[in-house]
Design a protein around this ligand. Structure first.
Ligand code: PAZ
Length: 313
């Protein structure tokens, strides 16, 4: 397995933002280690599997980044310094509350005088202002670092680099890997250089290679003391828990939680499958609660992280 991973990294191309992103991440970690903070490393959104080197077409998945972006805000609320590795142009913490068409509507309903517009954001206004308050604090204390990726190989290079940097935070680092990662991709050596031409054939047959499994290596070698939470998305309810439990195969004792969810109820229900408990914990959010399900998930996970830190080594 390790050799498959090594050959992946030696044959694929590193993303152009790798060096800068790792340098910024190193500084961010050093800064918050001095402040004695806890760290949360969130991955969010879907990775693409390009079909061409000069990419016009790619295989994608359904992840929009809502889980990751929403969770980032809740981890920040719990006092964590957050490293947010997300798909470029996916849903982002804080800006997700601002619907540009709603703002434009409010602005156009406002009154203009002296180059200023008085406008009312309506019933959502109160929520937006408290979000802006939270954002101001996050900015002031430099609590959120954003790094972006597009393709599966960008993601894996950044995941490895950031994990290795976070390993020095040991138990203080919490990994929350919510990104939907392509299980298959076209290796760089097999990619067409330019846009695949439709006139060259009547059918396009894709040959995809399984993506090497990096979580065992991450768990055992790259960040062996950090607490690891991974996600499992399924569409068949009869497979969900089975596949979530299987995710613990080959990972170390720091891989404690799999958050399992079904495609059609990701916003309403998740199951926390725990490596050290026989019982699963279901988290169900009702529409009437007025809460986001991530608030409930992060409350449980932050407690699991505190218990993990408190355990003797
Ligand atoms: O990003 P999003 O909010 O649209 O979706 C979240 C999710 C379903 C991708 C996430 O909860 C998840 O299950 N991620 C892991 C997917 C996987 O099994 O690879």
């Amino acid at each position: 397995m390790a050799s498959l991973v090594e050959s992946f990294f030696s044959s694929e191309t590193a993303p152009s933002n790798l060096d800068v992103s790792l340098a910024t991440t190193r500084e961010f970690i050093q800064f918050h280690l001095k402040e004695n903070r806890l760290f949360c490393f969130i991955t969010s959104g879907g990775t693409t599997a390009p079909l061409e080197k000069n990419t016009v077409r790619f295989v994608d998945n359904i992840s929009k980044g809502t889980r990751g972006a929403t969770s980032a805000e809740h981890f920040l609320n719990q006092g964590y310094a957050v490293i947010f590795l997300a798909r470029r142009m996916s849903i982002q913490p804080f800006t997700r509350h601002l619907q540009l068409d709603e703002i434009l509507d409010s602005l156009s309903d406002g009154t203009i005088h002296d180059n200023k517009v008085d406008f009312d954001l309506g019933p959502k206004g109160k929520k937006i202002f408290s979000m802006i308050e939270q954002y101001k604090k996050v900015k002031e204390h430099n609590l959120l670092l954003k790094v972006d990726f597009t393709s599966i190989s960008d993601y894996l290079f950044l995941l490895r680099g950031i994990s290795q940097l976070l390993s020095k935070c040991e138990k203080r680092a919490f990994f929350y890997l919510a990104a939907a990662v392509s299980d298959f991709f076209v290796p760089a050596a097999e990619l067409s250089e330019h846009k695949i031409q439709s006139r060259d054939s009547t059918q396009l047959t894709l040959k995809l290679t399984p993506t090497p499994k990096l979580i065992p290596l991450l768990s055992k070698e790259w960040a062996p003391l950090s607490l690891l939470t991974t996600f499992k998305l399924e569409t068949d309810p009869s497979l969900l828990i089975l596949k979530a439990k299987r995710a613990f195969t080959d990972t170390g004792p720091n891989h404690r939680v799999v958050v399992a969810n079904l495609l059609h109820e990701t916003r309403r229900k998740v199951v926390l499958v725990l490596s050290h408990e026989k019982q699963h914990r279901e988290i169900v959010n009702s529409l009437e609660s007025g809460k986001e399900i991530e608030e409930l998930i992060i409350k449980e996970l932050a407690q699991i992280h505190h218990d993990y830190i408190a355990e003797s080594n």
